[in-house]
Design a protein around this ligand. Structure first.
Ligand code: C2E
Ligand code: CA
Ligand code: CA
Length: 417
């Protein structure tokens, strides 16, 4: 439920008193990162913030009523004398947004600001609340799809967008098992439905099947970038974060698209990593090789996920250029004969990887013994519940700051397990 009553009351009064001809529209505007940009430029005092927002809002073409909904989000009622179409309204708005952004760029030396806006017509005086809802949905759509301003969606997209809105990401640390240092994090998607956190296994397989995983992965990349940009703007520490990619991205030749998204948020590529599942069918190897090369060419770290969980074997090492091989938790299994054989395979595997200049990271580390074992055989990177489960990003960085980016490691012991 939006805290929108003041806007509805004010706009309703304007409609009753001064709307006799022409058309009425509702704009929902999100001045994303305005606070961060202000802070970065030493303008964090609320007065400065309000001034900038007020300047922007008051000059929206044909604005007749305006209210802050919350934070940097505003609703505006616009009334046009002539019957201007939604497209014309969007174009007029676009010009305004462009002019504002370029002026901001001249005044503020640092930071990257975005404006998301949704526009919806008021069909009848009584349907103001519907128009606000539709404008809000369109605004969220603009945010998720990287349109800076003027984006609109049809009414029937509202339901779909509502669902997408509830995806969030958790972060899980990647740790150097020798020093305890947090060397990165992995973003893992969660679905929030009616207050319950739903794990990815409940929705990723379906999304893989119907292809919507492409959109989900892009949205997660956006969310990770937006979160990082916010922290960077505030001068707060960030660690390199990996985003999971379905193998459908390979088929769709998406490297450039992903790079464009990152650039939009101004995040340096060395702060991002892409994790590609190892289950790549043989006939997709050529595409995968090109995809990895492109991403690495842009400056991203590329890792191959879940190695040892599927059947791909050595082909990955023979044919793809990448930076990190993520060893599946099967390598730490206590089950025989897996356990004894892994003890033989793993050390030689690590030797091969070192010669190929590929880093190894072992997943699913749950005990101190496993940690010591990995350190003993020279697998210095790990991830798992022993350090932390995936947690909300705020919690991750609270923990990161509390321990100054480094876990206390137990003294080195014999390689047991
Ligand atoms: P994954 O990429 O292999 O992620 C690691 C999974 O192992 C995560 O499950 C994590 O919570 C879990 N895990 C971490 N440490 C431990 C441990 O010590 N022990 C055990 N038993 N498990 C541990 P999660 O978060 O449920 O994710 C499951 C899978 O869903 C991921 O596996 C990944 O393949 C997929 N996934 C998650 N988010 C996304 C996404 O945004 N896009 C795509 N394409 N796939 C995603
Ligand atoms: Ca992964
Ligand atoms: Ca994995």
């Amino acid at each position: 439920m939006l805290p929108h009553t003041p806007f509805l009351e004010k706009a309703q009064t304007v409609l009753q008193t001064s709307f006799h001809e022409g058309r009425a529209y509702v704009y929902y505007v999100d001045l994303a990162q305005l606070k961060g940009v202000n802070r970065l430029n030493g303008m964090e005092r609320d007065g400065a913030l309000h001034l900038t927002a007020a300047e922007y809002i008051s000059r929206i073409p044909e604005a007749a009523a305006c209210e802050r909904i919350f934070s940097d989000q505003f609703a505006i009622l616009a009334i046009t004398r002539e019957t201007r179409s939604k497209g014309e309204m969007a174009r007029a708005y676009d010009e305004h947004a462009e002019a504002f952004l370029s002026k901001q760029g001249r005044i503020l030396s640092r930071g990257h600001m975005q404006i998301h806006c949704g526009i919806a017509p008021v069909e009848r005086k009584e349907s103001l609340a519907d128009a606000l809802d539709n404008a809000y949905t369109a605004c969220r759509h603009a945010g998720n799809h990287g349109t800076n301003h003027g984006a609109m969606v049809k009414k029937d997209m509202a339901g779909e967008m509502d669902d997408l809105e509830r995806f969030i990401f958790y972060l899980q640390p990647k740790v150097n098992v020798e020093s305890g240092e947090i060397i990165g994090s992995e973003a893992l998607t969660r679905l929030i439905r009616e207050g319950t956190v739903i794990p990815p296994e409940a929705f990723i397989p379906i999304m893989e099947k119907n292809g919507s995983i492409l959109e989900l992965d892009q949205m997660m990349l956006r969310k990770v970038c937006a979160h990082m940009a916010q922290r960077l703007l505030g001068g707060l520490p960030v660690v390199r974060t990996s985003v999971n990619l379905s193998r459908l991205h390979i088929r769709e030749d998406e490297a450039k698209r992903l790079h464009d998204i990152v650039r939009e948020y101004g995040i340096p590529p060395h702060l991002l990593e892409f994790e590609l599942t190892e289950s790549i069918p043989l006939n997709e190897f050529a595409g995968a090789a090109k995809f990895c090369d492109q991403l690495r060419g842009y400056g991203y770290t590329v890792s191959i996920d879940d190695y040892g969980a599927g059947y791909t074997g050595m082909n990955i090492l023979q044919e793809l250029n990448f930076d990190v091989l993520k060893l599946d938790k099967r390598f730490l299994s206590d089950r025989e004969p897996l356990k004894s054989r892994n003890r033989i395979i793993l050390p030689d595997m690590l030797r091969i990887l070192r010669k190929l200049h590929i880093d190894a990271l072992c997943e699913g580390v749950e005990t101190a013994e496993q940690c010591r074992y990995l350190a003993g055989i020279g697998c210095s990177k790990a991830q798992g519940y022993y350090f932390s489960p995936p947690v909300p990003p705020e919690e991750f960085y609270d923990m990161y700051e509390t321990i100054h980016g480094r876990y206390e490691m137990m003294p080195k012991g014999p390689a047991v397990g």
